[in-house]
Design a protein around this ligand. Structure first.
Ligand SMILES: *Cc1c(COP(=O)(O)O)cnc(C)c1O
Length: 372
């Protein structure tokens, strides 16, 4: 068979062990998954009330235009309906954008430790990848500009960045956008937008007027708690959306995701509540890190990257065997860290207790290290 040769260098996405597998392997009755930045509180009750009656529509294709959701979402963001494109998760939008713009002879610029799907899709499309190391956990925008040349088609910016949780303040972002050549698409992945509390984080939708080469990605998978339904969206100028539409499959977003998203959007007080609880959860981790002399990046997302100064896989395994699934930093470019999704207060207490036990067991508590 004549597979694209670049596929040989890729491994399929490695899903973590399933909850059932972990239960069996370690004889545990309860497992808490804090590995994929899902919403520990689930979704709004309003979602549940609209999904049940939708059962009768199983045989029908969904609305390929997502008209109802489109209207509601356009109003929510104050944009026109033709400025939106929907994806089967924002993952699919990353794929569509890559398919539309990347290929042999093109290159794409991204941070070195960021969301892996940008790189993955660029490899499949045969584009050259220019990765720029992070600076203090944040995109090094100056170096990213340096990496741009006349073959560059896309620059990926993850803001706040997964896995560090660091963000780009408005001033830096606009001054960067001013310098990007107008024929390069800048993808601003804002999967954690709704969690951000920093005052100088910008509402990027306002930037579209000045920077027509921008597309913003958002998702219903994170704060809206709909990860299993797979729905995300892009916001840009109508011209950009029109150019992308041919690479979108006609029925890419299922009916239930569309219905659920409309209901979820209507419950902004739920979103606000989750955002608040997430801040309190982050504080639990900050306190733990400070008390134990661990370094971490202050996070604008619903996750935190904590440096244990030891093999991240080791911490991961310790927690796994005790019923908590987190992400080892190894695969994320931070080999001595783990990334933990902020859970409910009790879940955070549970995993923090175990992380403390881990430190004691390894005699890494600062007071136990002989001072020189
Ligand atoms: C989770 C995540 C996504 C994927 O979201 P889906 O809409 O579920 O595909 C995209 N980008 C970043 C940075 C993420 O963390």
């Amino acid at each position: 068979m004549k597979w694209k040769e670049q596929l040989l260098q890729l491994t399929p996405y490695q899903p973590g062990k399933s909850i059932d597998e972990v239960k069996k392997q370690f004889g545990l009755s309860e497992i808490i998954k804090l590995a994929s930045n899902e919403n520990p509180f689930g979704c709004s009750e309003k979602v549940l009330t609209v999904l049940k009656p939708a059962e009768s529509t199983f045989p029908l294709y969904p609305d390929g235009y997502a008209a109802e959701l489109r209207t509601v979402l356009a109003a929510h963001h104050g944009v026109n309906e033709d400025q939106l494109i929907f994806g089967n998760g924002s993952d699919e939008l990353i794929q569509m954008i890559s398919r539309a713009l990347l290929g042999k002879g093109t290159n794409t610029v991204m941070a070195e430790c960021t969301f892996p799907q940008y790189r993955h899709n660029a490899v499949i499309e045969g584009a050259e990848i220019k990765e720029v190391p992070l600076k203090n956990g944040e995109h090094d925008l100056d170096q990213m500009l340096e990496a741009v040349n006349h073959n560059t088609s896309i620059i990926w910016i993850c803001n706040p960045n997964n896995p560090t949780g660091q963000y780009i303040p408005k001033k830096q972002l606009t001054s960067f956008l001013e310098k990007v050549p107008a024929d390069i698409l800048v993808v601003l992945d804002e999967a954690y937008y709704e969690y951000v509390v920093a005052d100088d984080y910008c509402n990027s939708i306002h930037l579209l007027k000045s920077f027509p080469n921008l597309i913003i990605l958002r998702t219903f998978s994170k704060i809206y708690g709909l990860a299993s339904l797979r729905i995300g969206y892009g916001i840009s100028l109508a011209e950009t959306i029109r150019a992308l539409e041919p690479v979108r499959e006609p029925f890419n977003v299922n009916r239930f995701a569309q219905k659920a998203a409309v209901a979820a959007l209507s419950d902004q007080s739920y979103v606000e509540d989750c955002k608040q609880q997430n801040r309190e959860g982050l504080e639990q981790y900050y306190r733990f890190c400070r008390e134990n002399g661990l370094t971490f990046y202050p996070s604008q997302g619903n996750f935190i990257l904590i440096d244990f100064k030891t093999d991240g896989n080791d911490v991961f395994q310790y927690l796994l065997e005790r019923g908590y699934i987190v992400r080892s930093g190894r695969a994320l470019g931070f080999p001595t860290s783990v990334r933990v999704t902020v859970g409910s207060k009790e879940q955070n207490e549970g995993v923090i207790k175990l992380m403390g036990d881990y430190l004691s067991s390894r005699l890494l508590l600062p007071e136990m290290i002989p001072s020189s």
